[in-house]
Design a protein around this ligand. Structure first.
Ligand code: AMP
Ligand code: MG
Length: 502
């Protein structure tokens, strides 16, 4: 029997979206990183995964007859333009792992060409970008941001040619599913209502099973995805994360962050920051992410119209009314997170005894307004003085605990406006313990990631493992992790751009 049984629900239920396929054999696969804590969470035997059989399994080479890997078909709006057929051009869904929390996709990236491969592209991946996805996705997980996870990175033993010759690699990624807005666009573009409904039913079963018995399950699905994405994008904004390629094929139905390409964490706060070299218009700049999420959700809503009502006008009305909830939900999530980052959360005692009355909800809402505007003013000041995003909140955390030194060090000489803000904020007695729990010390900054990747490529993985250890324990201050808390040197930021599709 196969040591790790995988189901093939997706392939069975959605054959129109599944192209049976196998991973390209690897000449000499070698494990570079095995995420033992994720293996443990998934109840997989890490020792076995590191064995020769385990490595064969991780690279999709040791499949029994019951396993049916597929390349998934999907469409997508890329930088606003619609591509009816994208699909896994260098990826493969090996199958689903059964866990107490439901099925988890086991998915390979860099597993060789498929029928969906981009013209002229090799279907492979280079080691650097796969390690980068592992570092950033595991950092996101540790920061509490919904995300796909990374189980392992292996080199294949086959070189790839990008900026010269590089080691070829496979990333083994897990996610609660790889259903995307683009999956729905694929079904909708075929004009096959039955397929669309089957896909929607599958998405509900997999991610929102409680909606199956709702009065209008498909409208409820739209609302659930809107809520999940509002939550995720708010988390991105609260950690200074820039996804970089928010195309509809990279936006999940689960709300998990997917496809770490040219993503980055901001150093100096500038809302217009763009990292992707191919995003010349700044479409996916930091401050445009909520609007872009809303745009993608509108594309999702369009695909669902035939399921919402037989009368198209009525369906459009329903979809629009539901979409209109996004902006509000996002704002609420964002400001709730900002209030926590500033240690300003009304104590539950204040409303005890009347907390579920309408009146109390209004009261707590009103109480938050001045706090929200204080948070907005802070962001303006951070922008004006180009303060480091992560370090500002951590310096404020120290200030809340009585140590003014870090914030005084960050502040420029002309920081009288900031000093006035600090005074007002300090008068509100911010909760330092709360701030310590929500404001990370370490995020994977590009320059630290690049250094770790360069050294790993040259054969020394010590820095890579040190960085991984730091970003997966992001709220702990440690002297030996100081170098990860430094913003990039000025010249680094100027020339550095990450690249898509590597
Ligand atoms: P991504 O930017 O990773 O979301 O990819 C967009 C599309 O390009 C997807 O259909 C990918 O499968 C495809 N693609 C990206 N890199 C490659 C590659 N090296 N070979 C073939 N197809 C690729
Ligand atoms: Mg993608």
């Amino acid at each position: 029997m196969h040591p790790i049984p995988l189901t093939h629900q997706f392939a069975d239920r959605l054959p129109e979206l599944s192209h049976p396929w196998r991973a390209e054999p690897c000449p000499s696969p070698q494990l570079v990183v095995l995420n033992e804590s994720l293996a443990h969470e998934l109840d997989l035997d890490a020792d076995w995964l590191a064995s020769a059989d385990g490595i064969r399994w991780l690279t999709g080479a040791s499949l029994d007859a019951a396993t049916q890997p597929v390349a998934q078909a999907y469409s997508g709006h890329q930088f606003g333009g619609f591509s009816p057929l994208l699909g896994d051009g260098r990826a493969l869904l090996l199958g689903e792992l059964s866990t107490p929390n439901g099925p988890v996709d086991v998915h390979l990236k860099g597993s060789g060409p498929t029928p969906f491969s981009r013209a002229g592209a090799d279907g492979r991946a280079a080691l650097g970008p796969m390690l980068r996805e592992l570092i950033v996705s595991e950092a996101m997980y540790a920061l509490g941001v919904p995300t796909s996870r990374s189980l392992a990175v292996l080199t294949t033993g086959r070189p790839v040619f990008r900026h010269g010759r590089e080691a070829g690699a496979v990333l083994v990624r897990t996610a609660s599913s790889h259903l995307r807005v683009g999956s729905f666009q694929f079904a909708a573009a075929r004009g096959d209502r039955a397929l669309l409904q089957r896909l929607a039913d599958y998405a509900i079963e997999r991610h929102y099973p409680e909606l199956a018995t709702a009065d209008s399950p498909y409208l409820a699905l739209l609302r659930a995805v809107i809520t999940a994405q509002a939550h995720t994008v708010a988390k991105w904004m609260l950690t200074g994360f820039i996804h970089g390629v928010m195309n509809t094929d990279n936006m999940t139905i689960s709300g998990e962050t997917l496809d770490y390409g040219p993503c980055a964490f901001m150093d100096g706060y500038d809302p217009a920051t763009v990292f992707s070299s191919i995003d010349t218009e700044g479409r996916y700049a930091y401050n445009r992410q909520p609007a872009m999420a809303e745009w993608n959700l509108a594309r999702f809503a369009e695909t669902l119209l035939p399921l919402l009502d037989d009368d198209t006008n009525r369906a459009v009305e329903l979809a629009q009314a539901t979409l209109a909830e996004f902006a509000d939900q996002y704002e609420q999530q964002f400001f709730a997170g900002m209030r926590e980052k500033l240690g300003l959360v009304a104590s539950p005692d204040e409303f005890s005894g009347r907390s579920d009355t309408q009146e109390a909800r209004f009261a707590s809402c009103d109480a938050n307004l001045p706090l929200n505007s204080l948070a907005a003013q802070l962001l303006q000041l951070m922008e004006r003085h180009r303060l480091d995003f992560t370090n500002t909140f951590r310096a404020l955390t120290a200030a809340a605990a009585g140590d003014r030194k870090p914030i005084d060090t960050l502040l420029p000489d002309d920081g009288a406006d900031f000093a006035a803000w600090l005074q007002r904020w300090g008068d509100l007695k911010p909760d330092a313990a709360l701030m310590r729990r929500v404001n990370p010390v370490v995020v994977p900054r590009n320059h630290a990631v690049e250094r770790a990747l360069d050294e790993a490529a040259a054969g020394d993985a010590a820095e890579l493992f040190a960085l991984l250890e730091a970003v997966t324990d992001p709220f702990t201050e440690r002297a030996d992790r100081e170098r990860f808390t430094q913003p990039a040197p000025a010249d680094f930021a100027r020339y550095y751009r990450t690249f898509c599709g590597t």
